[in-house]
Design a protein around this ligand. Structure first.
Ligand SMILES: [Zn+2]
Length: 313
């Protein structure tokens, strides 16, 4: 290097370099420290979602149970989902979350469902299911009733039917909104024989075809009708076809109904337990004689009431 070109003074740049290096080192140390303090390893992968149902092949028009395994180490705290067109309402038991689910009587050989579990850290896991369905055996019968009920309803009756349907739909919404109120101690609302099966196809006066969406239990006018399960009285009313009715809200989506009563012994809002007298057998509404028409629904989907008793026993 030529002598006439002295090397530039080095003190300043050197100091600058030193400060820069020191700053970088400090920043690096601070970053490392901060990283060490805030770094969390990624959470362990969630265990596979374990969804089962009972029975393995539920029948058309029956109620069944869907369960999500929630053993203490899985940490699943809640679950939601849908099956048979209805929202599932899971209830925590020992090591599972369980919900009733309906198989609509009109379903084909399977129904679609999905279940989503939520874990304490906010993560969720979703499973879609195709549940195989067993065919139900439903017969067909012809009935003759008063002409008023055998022909298509007039405008006034249509308005009444729409009002009745909306009131029943509100009971279904209330049952979906309420936590489970029932306990496994369920009973037949009457200790008598079945006079007409659930699901039977019906032809009224050869004109109107429908299905019998309840279970008829033998009874004479005045015989006692009791609540099938614990719950709250949701509706006491007079319906066009069902006559004097009592609807019970059992929570967790479950509803029961008692039709054609001659007398209602409870009021809306009353708490009942399985076996509480709620009415008396009658022949109000569209009937051919006194009997109890017993309805069980999950939401608005009617199921064979005996499939409920079979599940909880
Ligand atoms: Zn009936």
């Amino acid at each position: 290097m030529p002598a006439e070109h002295p090397t530039p003074p080095q003190s300043r740049p050197r100091r600058t370099t030193r400060i820069t290096l020191a700053t970088l080192a400090a920043v690096a140390i601070a970053t490392a420290a901060a990283f060490a303090l805030t770094y969390e390893p990624p959470p362990p992968p969630l265990p596979p979602l374990e969804v089962t149902w009972t029975p393995a092949e539920p029948t058309q028009g029956h109620l069944f149970l869907i369960r999500v395994a929630a053993p203490p180490d899985s940490g699943a705290i809640s679950a939601t989902g849908e099956a048979g067109g209805e929202t599932l309402r899971f209830h925590a038991t020992n090591s599972t979350l369980e919900s009733f689910a309906p198989v609509p009587i009109s379903s084909t050989d399977s129904i679609d469902a999905w279940v989503r579990a939520t874990y304490p850290d906010g993560r969720t896991q979703t499973d879609t299911l195709r549940i195989p369905v067993a065919a139900g055996t439903y017969e067909h019968e012809r009935l003759t009733v008063a002409p008023r009920f055998g022909s298509p309803p007039n405008e006034e009756d249509q308005a009444r039917l729409a009002r009745d349907r909306e009131k029943a739909a509100q009971v279904a919404r209330d049952a979906h909104a309420a936590p489970r109120l029932w306990s496994p101690a369920m009973v037949m609302p009457r200790p008598s024989r079945v006079t007409s099966e659930f699901g039977t196809g019906r032809e009224f006066n050869g004109q109107i075809s429908s299905r019998h969406m309840g279970l008829d239990l033998q009874g004479l006018t005045g015989d006692t009708v009791v609540a099938a399960a614990d719950g709250v009285v949701a509706l006491v009313d007079g319906f066009l076809l069902a006559g004097n009715i009592v609807y019970l809200n059992h929570g967790g989506g479950l509803v029961s109904g008692y039709f054609h009563l001659t007398e209602q012994l409870v009021e809306a809002g009353d708490t009942v337990t399985a076996g509480t007298p709620i009415g008396r057998v009658g022949a109000t509404g569209r009937v051919t004689g006194p009997h109890l028409h017993w309805v069980v629904r999950y939401g608005t989907t009617s199921v064979d009431p005996r499939s409920l008793l079979a599940l909880v026993r």
